[in-house]
Every structure is written in C-alpha cells, then in structure tokens.
Design a protein around this ligand. Structure first.
Ligand code: FEO
Ligand code: CA
Ligand code: CA
Ligand code: CA
Length: 618
C-alpha cells in the first residue's frame, strides 16, 4: 500500500464545488480582497483610476499596468506585513483601457496617445504593499514603486549583447533594448531579484519583406499586421527613436543602423529586475535563450553546485529548457551588495539545454552549443554558427538536436523538499494520433497534464513521470487517467507554484471544453509529499489518491486565475485575476456584481487571508 513519506502538512479545507459567477470563491473561514487593480496610482504623477476609461497615457505610465499575470512577493527584512509585490502585466483589453475601445482614422492609423497608453499598460509593476490591522494596502507614493513598459530602456547582457544582431538605430553598440512585452509567467532568483519572461512578443511586430530571416519564420513574426497596429501611429519618428515605427521590422535602409530590422532581436528573453533598488535598469539575460518564454524557475541551490533555471516555450509542440551556470553557488551570494552583478555571475555564463523525454521514463538534456551534435550528424555550429546565432533561433537549434515537442509548456516549479521539478503542459488540440508519446499521450489534448522530473546526479539526465492528467470528471478512463471527480476536475493547467511548505498550487486557464461548462477557472492544492511513495518518490495522482487534490478557489466569469505569491509565514497568499468580464464590484473580491449591472473590468491581485489570521490551506 501507499506510504506517506512526509507529514506535518495536511490540507484542512473542503474542496469547493465548481462556480460560474462574477465573484472569487474561497473556502469558509477565508477572505479574498482586491489589491493593486489595474490603474492604481504609484506616485503623484498619476490621477486616480477613472471608471470611464479616460485616464491618460501618462497616468498609465505611473499606475499599475493591465492584465496581471506572474508575480512574486519580496519581503522587506523578512517581514510578512511589508514587502514589494512585483506583478507582470501581460497584455491589454483595449475595450476596457479606452473610453470606447481602440480607434483609428480613415486610413487605419492609430492615435499616438492611445498607442502610448497601450504600451504603458504592458510590462511590469513593482508595488510596495503593507498590512495594517489585517488589511493590505498599496503605498501609493513609495520610492520602490516602479513601472517597466514596452518602452522602458533596459540593458542587454550575455552572449547576444554587443553582437550585430542587436545593434539598432537606438543602440548602435547593441547594449540597450527598449521595453519588455507580453510578460507572462515569472521567476525569482536565490539572490533576491525578480525574473519577468517575454512570451507573445512576436505579435507586436510585423515584417513585410519578401523573405523573413530564419529565426523570424520559426517564431512566427507576423507578415501582414501587428496585434494592435502600434506601428501605424505617428510618434517621435526621428531615426534614433522611431517610437512606433520600430515595430515594423521591414528593412528600408542600407543597414541595421538605418532602420528597425533588428528591433525584434532585443525581445524574447528572461529579464532580471532588482526590486530593492529603483536606480537599476532591468537586464535582459540572453544566455537563457530566445523564444516565447512562459516563465523561469530556479532549481534548489546547493553550495558548490551550478545554479539551474528551468524555462518553457508556450506554443504547441515546443520545448522545455534548462540553463546551467558555469559558476558554482556560493551561499554568501544570497545577500549580495550588488544583486545584478550576482545575476551576471550566474545567468550570463553557462550552458542552455533542451529536454528529450524518452518513453521509458528516462530523459536527457541536450546541449545547445556550437559543438553539440544534431540528429543529422552535423553540429549546431555547422548548421547555425556561434552561440549568438544559436540563441537567436533557439527553437530551431532545439529542433535540430531532437528535443521532444510538448503539449504547450507553461509554468514550472520546484519542490522545496526534494528538488523535483513540475511543469504544466496546458493543452494541445493539434496533437494527432501519430504524434503521441509517453509524455504527451493523449490526442487532441484539450485538458493538459502536469509532468514531473528528478535530475540524475551530474545534471545530464533525469527520470520523469506524469503527476496528474487534467480531465472532465465524466470522461472515459482513457481520458480521465487520474480519476478526477466533480470536486477536483480541471483542465488547461497553467500557473503552478510550490509554497515554502511543500503545498503545490495549480491554476487553470481553460475555456470552451467540458470542464468549462461546470466551472470557471480555479486554483487547486495538493501536497505531493503526502501521496503514497513509489520507488522512493512521492506518488502521482491516481484513482486511489485523487481526493488529496482539492479545489481552493474559483475565479469570476471569463477570467483566468494566474500568478502566485505568499508571505514568508504563509498567512497571506496573492493570486491574480486576469481578463475578468464583469468584476470586481468592490474591495471584497468575493462580492458579485448585482444582476443587470456591468462594471469596467479590472484585472487585479487578490489577497487571501484566514479570518483567524492563521496560515493558508492548513
Ligand atoms: Fe501567457 Fe502561456 O500564457
Ligand atoms: Ca494569460
Ligand atoms: Ca500562462
Ligand atoms: Ca495559458
């Protein structure tokens, strides 16, 4: 029989039923409060948020951005009532952002002020928050409050920096980039910095050239139009700036310093932010690869061993990656004087690998270096060039070495107890019956699964299994392989995070399938260490153990539940409600909008506490 291998943490709440309301639902004994919604002023340069959409581009630059996603709580001096919440603002809802949606003139050109507001609603918001008498509040004038937008100047670091690939009219020496975009999942480092990850950035660009560079073809840079038409607006069109023209990559000059052909080469990276020092630029860490990065998660650090980061490419049939530092971890680096110098030490020099999942439960990390062998018998160097050329087209390098195409890798997280790595594979409705393998075993996979692996000694390989399969509770056993019931059925797992106690929180971004008929998006919890041991590891969720997976929260209609952060003592946890349809109604996230009323929807962080002030979930 099953044998628990870790005790001390037991979930102590009843799994919630599904919900389809305009409210956040949490178990009895808990509160859910709205914190730092879109438009919250961060300094005196912003007017208060206006419910008619009339705030200016400048207001938006100085306020919390839109469509919150990944985030992290950086405690001040280890406290659980004072910290910096750093929040990704992934994308925008133009209908909510402007008084009456996006506009353009008769020739299709967008107004510059609207475009500036849209650019300023993207990126990252750093927000000082404090808890007084049990209530969390934003400190609206704190010097650590900060915005990063699609126009903020950032440093380029690592192998791509100063190469011809990233020399632009704006940065002729290839040391700077402008902006970060479509920041989806996130990460953090063992030295106290935040990582924000550039996911669907290709869609703000267009290239109308007859033939696109190979990397732009591989990553799907649009050839007809951009997502929001920013490049049509008349902004500061000086050659060095090209405020909006830079989103059109079509070559028009004699060289890269005459136009914006290289602008997209400065996107697609992991970006490091020091939340404790507002004087420091954000830094793009190019050694971790260039693709549609969902997020970036550190492995468990050990003195004298390399520092490891896991990252995934969220698109159908894309890959899971691992970066391994050349430098070995020194515990003194956990409290450095210069955090970004430590970032350079562990994130600019190292080796990027991509995962192959073999059907026998073994796995291999395939190096993406010039000397790495390809499946065709050549080397990556012979096929692509030196390391910068490999990074520029990371996904194609991964194709060449024979990585396993996955069912859309979204978030990862590392078990703080045993170092096991978990990653959501959200869905892949295009996987055909001939394309199945043990790691991606269901055709037309509309439900998704969570895969898990444990590194072998030496970092060159791993053992993996599927932790849980998403499914509709009514589906046949071949689909509902984990025996889910109405109390815990879920589909399209996306956000994923272990807290420091070993509770695994699973969030969903689902729509349109059988599970969505029964419930809005949700957050579930499980303690893997409490599942029966199998071969020395915690067990997977199966028909015997499925009741240990419990639904803790359900989001409002039309929203996705994403982002996870916790105070060090776990008495407050923070989640984000992204793209709600008719929410929030008040500061109480669990108060539904009255029937017949429509509010201007605002993505928001929600802070969850127990009414008795105790730790969450137990
Ligand atoms: Fe922005 Fe892959 O979710
Ligand atoms: Ca999202
Ligand atoms: Ca996501
Ligand atoms: Ca998603």
């Amino acid at each position: 029989g099953a044998r628990a291998i870790n005790t001390g943490i037991a979930l102590d709440f009843d799994s919630l039923p599904g919900s389809k309301t305009d409210a956040v639902v949490v178990p009895a004994g808990y509160t859910a409060s709205v914190l730092a919604p879109w438009g919250t002023p961060l300094n005196d340069n912003a007017s208060a948020w206006k419910p008619d959409g009339s705030n200016t581009a400048s207001d938006q630059l100085n306020s919390v951005g839109m469509h919150h996603d990944g985030m992290h709580f950086f405690a001040i001096a280890g406290r659980s009532d004072d910290g910096i919440l750093v929040i990704n603002n992934e994308y925008i809802d133009q209908d909510a952002l402007h008084p009456s949606g996006a506009t353009s003139d008769a020739s299709g050109k967008r107004p510059a002020d609207e475009v500036r507001k849209e650019i300023n609603a993207h990126g990252v918001s750093a927000v000082r928050i404090t808890r007084v008498d049990g209530q969390w509040r934003v400190s609206e004038r704190d010097p650590l409050n900060r915005r990063f937008t699609t126009a903020t100047v950032m440093a380029l670091s690592g192998p791509m920096a100063e190469t011809d690939h990233v020399k632009t009219a704006f940065s002729k020496d290839g040391t700077l980039a402008r902006g970060t975009n479509n920041n989806c999942g996130n990460g953090y480092t063992p030295w106290g910095t935040y990582l924000t990850c550039e996911e669907n950035w290709p869609d703000v660009f267009v290239n109308r050239a007859a033939t696109l560079p190979a990397d732009q073809q591989r990553i799907d840079i649009p050839t007809d139009e951009t997502r929001f038409g920013w490049e049509t607006a008349a902004g500061d069109s000086s050659e060095e700036n090209g405020e909006f023209a830079r989103f059109d990559l079509t070559p028009r000059g004699a060289s890269a310093s005459d136009d914006y052909r290289n602008e997209a080469n400065t996107f697609g990276y992991i970006v490091e932010i020091d939340p404790f020092d507002a004087s420091q630029r954000a830094v793009k860490r190019t050694a971790l690869g260039r693709f549609r990065h969902e997020g970036c998660w550190p492995g468990k650090v050990e003195a004298g061993k390399p520092v490891v980061f896991y990252t995934g490419h969220d698109a159908r049939f894309e890959y899971i990656y691992k970066f391994v530092s050349n430098a070995n971890w020194e515990p003194a680096d956990a409290e450095p004087a210069d955090r970004l110098a430590i970032g350079a030490k562990y994130m600019d020099d190292g080796t990027l690998y991509v995962a192959r999942f073999n059907d026998d439960g073994s796995g291999e990390w395939l190096a993406l270096t010039p000397s790495a062998p390809t499946r065709g018998g050549s080397t990556l160097g012979e096929e692509l060039g030196e390391l910068p050329e490999i990074i520029l087209n990371t996904a194609h390098a991964a194709d060449l070495v024979g990585a396993t195409p996955m069912d859309r890798p979204e978030w990862g997280t590392v078990d703080p107890i045993n170092g096991d790595v978990y990653m959501t594979l959200t869905n892949n409705d295009e996987r055909g019956p001939e394309e199945l393998n043990a790691a991606n075993p269901r055709p037309t996979n509309v439900n998704g699964q969570i895969i898990r692996w444990r590194e072998n000694d030496g970092q060159d390989g791993f053992r993996w299994n599927i932790f849980v399969f998403g499914a509709d509770a009514k589906a046949m056993a071949e689909i509902n392989r984990s025996g889910l019931t109405p109390a815990n059925q879920f589909a399209s797992p996306d956000g994923l995070a272990f807290d420091n106690r070993g509770i695994l929180w699973i969030q969903t971004d689902n729509g349109g399938n059988a599970v969505a008929k029964d419930t809005n998006n949700q957050m579930l919890a499980v303690v893997p260490a409490n599942l029966g041991a199998q071969n020395g590891r915690p067990g997977v969720i199966d028909a015997e153990s499925q009741s240990q997976l419990k639904r803790f929260l359900v989001g409002p209609n039309d929203s996705e539940v994403t982002g996870f952060a916790a105070t060090p003592d776990n008495t407050s946890i923070f989640i984000n409600i992204q793209h709600p349809g008719n929410w929030p109604y008040s500061d109480d996230a669990s108060e539904a909008v009255p029937q017949g009323t429509q509010v201007r929807p605002r993505a928001s962080t929600v802070v969850i506490q127990k009414t008795d002030g105790g730790p969450i979930g137990v």
